[in-house]
Design a protein around this ligand. Structure first.
Ligand code: NAD
Length: 331
């Protein structure tokens, strides 16, 4: 049984190789992202394993099907990059890793929040240059602040619990209120009220309803100087609107681990290149913006869970035609 991997990084090879013998699969790794041009690398493979920025359009899926691919296994939770209808039409089964250490992503969101607030990234560089001045490093107490969470699934829930632990007043918006979180003290409110918080963190998936959820209109509903954190998907934010709001001071802090045009940038070393994306260059120029390159999931615990769940999903689909892990099944 041959599985072809796209967008492979050294850490994927490390963690998938650790577990592959338990499943008896042959794993072939390619650094290239999956596209029309690279789909033919999947020749003779029964499954392809893909990541967040591989584009599984109808055209790419038709090409995979014509080569005999039977399974598309996403080694991530989000699946906005896959045309599920095209997969169904071609009889290709699609699975994902619905929950791998949601705490990894929630903790990274908190790391971004604390870094933006207490400016530890600046302090680190300053002290190394023997600059022991505190000017410009002033933060605020997170305790007692209002925190608004959009999306209270696995990651949003973990984030809410951490912020309750900090002594924050946490409110949330989701299409379904979570009773367990309500019992812990999270108040479910309409989106507009949640957006009035001191700190806002996005944890909903990217879909037709949430595309550019953060835009001129919703930014105008926020408190002046709000802190906005996005560890979910770049498309939730209209980058041009956010840049205007940073310039006017309406947004006081921005932490993003995801970016709408990230597939042209993230997961590679471009330190000697001329970046053509003027929007990310503008974002990087703000002193109150922190960008990480889609690393919120990147813990040993999460990578271990991702590799075993992905291989188990493929084994279940091959042997039983369905998945024990129902939330992992997409088409
Ligand atoms: P999940 O499916 O457990 O939860 C998503 C929640 O969003 C659900 O409760 C759902 O009801 C809610 N939701 C759906 N539509 C909504 C809407 N219009 N408004 C408000 N809420 C809505 O997913 P999760 O595991 O918590 O992951 C959330 C997102 O985080 C994923 O979709 C993925 O895009 C992103 N993610 C990012 C990383 C990273 O490394 N940065 C890693 C994993 C996941």
């Amino acid at each position: 049984m041959k599985i072809v991997f796209f967008s492979t990084q050294p850490y994927d090879i490390q963690f998938f190789n650790l577990h592959k013998d338990e499943f008896g699969f042959e794993l072939i790794y390619f650094e290239a992202a999956l596209s029309k041009k690279t789909a033919r690398l999947a020749e003779n493979a029964e499954a392809v394993c893909v990541f967040v920025n591989d584009k599984l359009t109808a055209e790419v899926i038709d090409l995979l099907a014509s080569q005999g691919v039977k399974i598309i296994a996403l080694r991530c939770a989000g699946f906005n990059n896959v045309d599920l209808e095209a997969a169904k039409r071609n009889g290709i089964k699609v699975c994902r890793v619905p929950a791998y250490s949601p705490e990894a992503v929630a903790e990274h969101a908190v790391a971004m929040l604390l870094t933006l607030n207490r400016k530890t990234h600046k302090a680190y560089n300053r002290v190394r240059e023997q600059n022991f001045s505190l000017n410009g490093l002033l933060g605020f107490d997170v305790h007692n602040k209002t925190v608004g969470v959009v999306g209270t699934g696995n990651i949003g829930k973990a984030f809410c619990k951490i912020m309750l632990g900090f002594g924050c007043k946490v409110s949330a918006f989701d299409v379904i209120a979570n009773r367990d979180l309500e019992a812990l003290g999270v108040e479910f409110k309409p989106l507009q009220e949640v957006l009035e918080s001191d700190i806002i963190s996005l944890h909903c998936p990217l879909n037709d309803q949430t595309m550019h959820l953060i835009n001129d209109t919703t930014i105008a509903m926020m408190k002046k100087g709000v802190m906005l954190i996005n560890t979910s998907r770049g498309g939730l934010i209209d980058t041009k609107s956010v840049i205007q709001a940073l310039k006017s001071g309406q947004i006081g802090y921005l932490g993003i681990d995801v970016y709408e045009q990230e597939e042209k940038l993230f997961f590679r070393d471009l330190s000697s290149d001329i970046i053509q994306d003027d929007l990310i260059q503008r974002l990087m120029s703000f002193p109150n913006v922190l960008i990480t390159a889609h690393q919120a999931f990147f813990t040993e615990d999460a990578l271990s869970q991702i590799s075993t769940t992905t291989l188990k999903n493929i084994k279940d689909l091959l042997e039983k035609g369905n998945l024990e892990n129902k939330a992992a099944f997409l088409a």
